[in-house]
Design a protein around this ligand. Structure first.
Ligand code: AMP
Length: 216
């Protein structure tokens, strides 16, 4: 099965977790602007240095920077048979830019799945979140701890807490989501693409709900 999908939802809704399961199921790539920006920050590239100051305070990186990242990424051949956008678009300007770049390539978005979770649950999820430095696998201190504390089950590398997963920054990210990203629910709803999915429950059950939407 092949499709171009947007996963929409606040930080901590499970977009990244679900995207990883969808890759296994449908063999199409996940494109996470958050992951791409974090690698740029690690490499201390020019865009990484610029992005870091916004990311550290829970704000959005300027549209032109992320739009360029996506424009380049969508030219790679692995996107020819579909892709999963995770964390992009996050503003109406990004959504407009995406629509015109896809149109230019004779493509379009097939589904926008909006994963919904209430704010208090999002905060509990995110402040306990741990990420592997090497392979990016996610864990949670309480809900999904690694077998050995601080060590990735899959590759044995060190786990860390993202700077922007601290409670204060997370609250700022939720406000950013409400003001700048939530309008995309209306945006995609009005063109008939939006499919809401309840993001509370087991990871496998939520994945089943996503598959149901995708397989119609
Ligand atoms: P994420 O891993 O998706 O939660 O993204 C982490 C941070 O990267 C966000 O809080 C933003 O600062 C930045 N970021 C990721 N994707 C975007 C985007 N599409 N537009 C602007 N900033 C972004």
């Amino acid at each position: 099965m092949s499709f171009n999908l947007i996963l929409l939802g606040p930080p901590g809704a499970g977009k990244g977790t679900q995207a990883k399961l969808l890759i296994e199921r449908y063999h199409i790539p996940q494109i996470s602007t958050g992951d791409i920006l974090r690698s740029a920050v690690k490499e201390q590239s020019r865009s990484g240095i610029k992005a870091k100051e916004y990311m550290d305070r829970g704000a959005l990186v300027p549209d032109d920077l992320v739009i360029e990242i996506i424009r380049e990424r969508l030219t790679l051949p692995d996107t020819a048979t579909g892709f999963i956008l995770d964390g992009f678009p996050r503003t109406v300007a990004q959504a407009d830019a995406l629509a015109s770049m896809l149109e230019g390539n004779g493509k379009s978005i097939d589904h926008v799945i909006s994963i919904t979770v209430d704010n208090e649950e999002l905060i509990q999820r995110v402040i306990g979140r741990l990420t592997c430095r090497s392979c990016g696998q996610g864990y949670h201190l309480v809900f999904d701890p690694p077998v050995v504390s601080g060590v990735c089950n899959l590759c044995g590398s060190e786990l860390y807490q993202r700077d922007d997963d601290k409670e204060e920054t997370m609250r700022a990210r939720l406000l950013t989501y409400e003001s700048q990203t939530a309008p995309l629910i209306e945006y995609y709803g009005s063109i008939g693409l939006l499919r809401p999915v309840d993001g509370v429950g087991s990871i496998q059950d939520i994945n089943g709900s996503l598959a149901k939407v995708l397989e119609g």
